[in-house]
Design a binder for this molecule. Structure first.
Ligand SMILES: N[C@@H](CCC(=O)N[C@@H](CS)C(=O)NCC(=O)O)C(=O)O
Length: 330
């Protein structure tokens, strides 16, 4: 019998729960290995970088980075597919997946480590996950250590007093758009999960468990919350929809991507190239300033390559142009 894949991950890691949801949907035998002291040596054999998720294949190859992990597994196990058959929709789903990973993460990470109530809850949860059998004093000491380590880390994703009201407004605008879209369908592209669902739901699931974002989601995004939970055990309950029926509520989400994420990631790439310490981008709501983030420039390059490959798909150029995305994709 083939050995299962092993996913070294954490319940508090959006990219880890994303990959786990994907393996569950594909019904690929896997073990979820909560990363901790008792598996450190095994984890290190597979992890080139000290991050989760790290996946060990049945052949003992180590895989990292959630998007390439899903692409690699999808090539080996194409059914049930997470890609709509329509190539335009397939690209839009890949665009939203990338948006979830990069922009969704900013919304989640800022709120998780900004307000006192969120920081304390998150440090406590992480401490309990890392010391599942720890006594209260050991858990409290670990929580204090995590709090200390994480304070200041938000800076890397643009968390600051100046940006706090902007980022909260970005979050609630997104929740409202998703609420409208998900109130009449189970997944972003219809009755089965697409690539997009995995990227975005990983981040929003983490939002849902945090005090501030979770309360906001309960208050005004009940269908979004249901979808986050559904995405923990996603299934094919039907087919992907066509653009015509998705458009009324999906086009506004694409316009959001074109108004916030794409200008931001493009300005980030320009700033990195120029070696700048910080960059400012004019987004709806006002100028937004943060230090450049390295990883995003690489994934923007990968997204543009996907667009170049899909650009001739019927309707795609018109859809991305209408959403204000086109100029950033080529
Ligand atoms: N681009 C990577 C990001 C993975 C990542 O950033 N993982 C975080 C947790 S969500 C991590 O392991 N950070 C290092 C740490 O927590 O020490 C992916 O898509 O998998």
């Amino acid at each position: 019998m083939t050995r299962p894949y092993r996913i070294f991950g954490s319940e508090m890691s959006p990219y880890s729960v994303k990959v786990r949801s994907y393996f569950r949907f594909k019904e690929i035998p896997h073990l979820w290995v909560p990363r901790g002291a008792d598996n450190e040596d095994e984890y290190r054999r597979f992890a080139r970088l000290p991050i989760v998720p790290t996946v060990a294949t049945p052949d003992d190859e180590g895989l990292q980075d959630s998007t390439p992990i899903m692409e690699r597994i999808e090539a080996a196990h194409p059914q049930p597919s997470v890609h709509p058959g329509d190539p335009a929709l397939k690209f839009l789903s890949e665009l939203i997946e990338e948006f979830g990973d990069e922009w969704g993460n900013k919304l989640m990470f800022h709120h998780r480590w900004y307000a006192q109530v969120d920081k304390l809850a998150s440090a406590q949860t992480l401490a309990r996950l890392s010391l599942p059998h720890g006594d209260p004093a050991a858990v409290a000491a670990r929580a204090a250590m995590i709090l200390e380590r994480m304070s200041g880390r938000g800076h890397f994703v643009g968390s600051s007093d100046a940006n706090a009201p902007l980022i909260s407004a970005y979050y609630f605008e997104l929740i409202d758009l998703l609420e409208a879209h998900l109130s009449s369908r189970r997944y972003l592209f219809g009755e089965r999960p697409a690539f997009a669902d995995f990227g975005l739901a990983g981040q929003l699931y983490e939002c849902s468990v945090d005090p501030t974002c979770g309360a906001g989601m309960r208050a005004r995004g009940g269908h979004v919350l249901d979808w986050c939970h559904r995405m923990m055990e996603p299934r094919a309950d039907g087919e992907f929809e066509a653009w015509a029926s998705l458009a009324p509520t999906l086009a506004p989400i694409l316009s959001y991507v074109g108004s916030y994420f794409l200008p931001w990631t493009t300005a980030n790439a320009v700033a990195l190239e120029a070696g700048a310490d910080a960059f400012t981008v004019n987004l709806p709501g006002g100028p937004y300033t943060q230090p450049p983030q390295k990883y995003h420039a690489r994934s923007l390059g990968a997204l543009k390559a996907k667009y170049a490959a899909a650009a001739s798909a019927p309707d795609l150029e018109a859809i991305v142009a209408e959403a204000g995305c086109l100029a950033f994709l080529r």
